[in-house]
Design a protein around this ligand. Structure first.
Ligand code: HEC
Length: 181
């Protein structure tokens, strides 16, 4: 695009969005620095696409959240399998993984990733009762750390108890904030 066309495009956008005062200023700037105006025109165009872009980012994040929870579920099952087999050492790797994933989960729920945006089991109460939801996340993190510690200790009964405590933090959050069929 040459400078004149860019200036014309900016003028058209400015006339629609801001009125004559701004368009005079933009015209002055256009005469002064062609490059700056070029950047400005690009910004205007990107901004007009912001909503679908945001939606795409939200959907990507919801997919990441789904995958993260799948890993959490898988690690919980692997730990249970080891515990049921009396294999205290076998609980160690899944416990490490849970302790690593638990602090990440709180970042999986930014505003704009709820049921109004895409298919999800996340209930809208997550955002309207955020303090309670965050408290549930904190309990989950502490229980995951306690489970990791127990697994390192190697006492099967302690591991079993810590695994059960951790499982309760999943359930209490799901009961309230996850819409299951
Ligand atoms: C503080 C709240 C909270 C805690 C704690 C929590 N979850 Fe969840 N979990 C959710 C929400 C909300 C969803 C729905 C996410 C979605 O559909 O976008 C979910 C979804 C899931 C899913 C389904 C993933 C999918 O999209 O198919 C699994 C599996 C899961 N959680 C396992 C667990 C396990 C296991 C624990 C504990 C070790 C746990 N969660 C702890 C809130 C929580």
């Amino acid at each position: 695009m040459n400078k004149l066309l860019v200036a014309a495009a900016v003028l058209t956008l400015a006339a629609c969005n801001r009125g004559a005062e701004d368009s005079n200023q933009i015209l002055a700037e256009a005469n002064a620095t062609g490059n700056e105006v070029n950047a400005r025109a690009t910004n205007e165009i990107l901004q007009s696409d912001a909503t679908p872009l945001e939606k795409q980012q939200a959907l990507a994040l919801m997919k990441e959240r789904h995958e993260g929870y799948e890993k959490i579920g898988k690690a919980m099952r692997a730990a249970k399998k080891a515990i049921d087999a009396g294999d205290a050492a076998g609980a160690r790797a899944p416990a490490d993984q849970l302790a690593q994933l638990a602090p990440q989960a709180i970042g999986w729920f930014p505003a704009g990733t709820g049921p109004d945006v895409g298919k999800t089991e996340a209930r809208s109460e997550i955002w309207s009762q955020r303090t309670d939801f965050d408290a549930g996340m904190k309990n989950f993190q502490s229980a995951a750390l306690a489970f990791q510690q127990a697994a390192q200790g190697g006492d099967l009964n302690a591991i079993k108890a810590a695994h059960a405590d951790l499982g309760k933090t999943c359930k209490s959050c799901h009961d309230r904030f996850r819409a299951e069929d």
